[in-house]
Ligand binder design. Structure first.
Ligand SMILES: [Zn+2]
Length: 298
């Protein structure tokens, strides 16, 4: 069997993926962001069109089970825009699910079955960890994701809270049978500490930086400096970049900003200018085609 990237429309060869926004959300509903939900298909198409116009050919949508995920909607956006869209199964971190959410009562085996079944249409398994800890609910999802990975082969993509415990997350998954090269850690730029993340990258895991445009927290220059330092330490081949436009108020189609295209329209050209075309090509094209590719089993 050959390596593929599993998109909502069809499996594609990794070389077909093209310039990729490694972390987005086109539909999302969560009690953690009251008033910031977005569920409208027309708005999702309009936002995705701006990303395609800015040069992206692909995006990975990280909205997991129970948070407004819309697999038919993602397929419709892919058909309307021509973008390759990779969807997620799996669960987010603990705090996104209310105390009475039925997902909390699901057994490990039930979660693993659900994740594996979803992977007929989805191309990644999403997980979430909390700030410096993995809760019991999250630990169950980790174990279920490892079982689903074993059955299907898809990469396991983990939300880190403020970029914490990356190494611990990789070690937990490795202990459950997921190789580090099948693990993507999101939001590492929330903790812009190259030394910390270099230790994680040395395992072979992927580091995803996905905070461009969050100007009230930190400037884009902080992310560029982190990329430069990680590349200087020899980890250019472990880096991914996404926009993570995960709020209604960040979408122009809903009257907000900076918009889904920010990462391609503004951040990528700056990366090319300041750190070079070759590094940008590696991070936006070469690396995603490896990180999100797998050889389907079963
Ligand atoms: Zn996200």
């Amino acid at each position: 069997m050959a390596l593929i990237v599993r998109t909502v429309r069809r499996d594609i060869a990794p070389s077909e993926l093209g310039p990729c926004d490694a972390h987005e959300h086109l539909f999302l509903v969560t009690p953690l962001q009251p008033g910031d939900d977005f569920t409208d298909l027309g708005a999702a198409v309009r936002e995705a069109e701006t990303l395609a116009a800015a040069g992206a050919r692909a995006l990975v949508d990280w909205t997991p089970i129970g948070l407004g995920r819309d697999l038919d909607g993602l397929r419709a956006v892919a058909e309307a825009t021509g973008l390759h869209i990779v969807a997620a199964t799996g669960l987010h971190r603990d705090a996104h699910y209310p105390a009475d959410d039925p997902l909390r009562g699901a057994s490990l085996a039930e979660l693993a079955d659900r994740f594996a079944a979803d992977l007929e249409r989805c191309g990644i398994v999403k997980l979430g960890a909390s700030y410096h800890v993995v809760t019991a609910f999250e630990a169950k999802a980790f174990a279920a994701a490892a079982l689903a990975h074993e059955r299907v082969g898809a990469p396991v993509c983990v939300h880190t809270e403020h970029g914490t415990i990356g190494l611990q997350i990789v070690e937990r998954l490795t202990g459950e049978g997921v190789p580090p090269t099948s693990v993507v850690l999101a939001h590492v730029d929330r903790n812009p500490d190259a030394g910390e993340h270099a230790e994680t990258a040395a395992t072979g895991a992927w580091l995803q930086l996905d905070g461009p445009g969050r100007t009230k927290y930190w400037p884009d220059s902080t992310i560029l400096a982190l990329i430069e330092e990680l590349a200087g330490r020899g980890y250019a081949d472990r880096l991914l970049i996404g926009g993570d436009t995960g709020r209604r108020s960040m979408m122009r189609a809903y009257g907000g900003g900076p918009g889904l295209d920010y990462v391609f329209a503004r951040f990528k050209p700056r990366l090319e200018r300041e750190l070079g075309q070759e590094l940008a090509e590696q991070i936006f094209v070469t690396n995603p085609a490896r990180a999100f590719a797998f050889e389907p089993r079963g």
